[in-house]
Ligand binder design. Structure first.
Ligand SMILES: O=C(O)[C@@H](CO)OP(=O)(O)O
Length: 203
């Protein structure tokens, strides 16, 4: 059965500095590079051959994909990139420190901005907004490849992947609040020819 592998980029500079990142193009840290390499080593150890890859247009996802595929020994995988897979746009919060923002606006408000389905951070996208551009791309471009039997790797972001996992795992708006996607951990779904997830494992 074909595999869909979802991979959040490795630790970025602003993950390390605890700053809202969104569409700001920050690089991976050395730890983030190592996480991407280890993700590739795990894919290799699992004997998974990647037929097709997708990434956002942001450097941290592209860097993660490149390091991962190199470590997996698979450097000539056809790849498509799209803004549709970008991180949620964090609007006016981009660049601000998350702890300082919570101290200013309150923990509850910041949790709503960060993890709720429909609350928009000021000037930015809610998870629902992110889903509204990530999911059409997922269903039009990514899932058809998997349904056709290809193993597909998607390198993207905490919130664009939350939107996809919410659908695949059939999570409610309440359940998605507690969904966090870890950096650099390949999440492997087996998908049948109808596009239905049959199993889910983390490498
Ligand atoms: O800052 C961001 O862009 C994202 C991912 O790091 O943050 P959050 O944890 O709030 O989804």
């Amino acid at each position: 059965m074909a595999k869909l592998i979802l991979l959040r980029h490795g630790q970025s500079l602003w993950n390390l500095e605890n700053r809202f990142t969104g569409w700001v193009d920050v690089p991976l840290t050395p730890q983030g590079e190592q996480e991407a390499i280890e993700a590739g080593e795990k894919i290799k150890a699992a004997g998974i051959h990647i037929d097709k890859a997708f990434t956002s247009v942001l450097d941290r996802a592209k860097q993660t994909l490149r390091l991962c595929l190199h470590a997996a020994g698979q450097t000539s995988v056809p790849t498509e990139e799209s803004e549709a897979l970008n991180e949620r746009h964090y609007g006016d919060l981009q660049g601000l420190n998350k702890a300082e923002t919570a101290a200013k606006f309150g923990e509850e408000q910041v949790k709503l901005w960060r993890r709720s389905y429909s609350v928009r951070p000021p000037g930015g996208e809610s998870l629902a907004d992110t889903a509204a551009r990530a999911l059409p791309y997922f269903y039009d471009k990514i899932l058809p490849e998997v349904k056709a039997g290809k193993n597909v790797l998607v390198s993207a972001h905490g919130n664009s992947l939350r939107a996809i996992v919410m659908k695949l795992d059939n999570l409610s708006e309440e359940q998605v609040i507690d969904l966090n996607i870890p950096n650099g951990v390949p999440i492997v779904y087996e998908i049948d020819s109808e596009g239905r997830p049959i199993s889910k494992t983390e490498l």
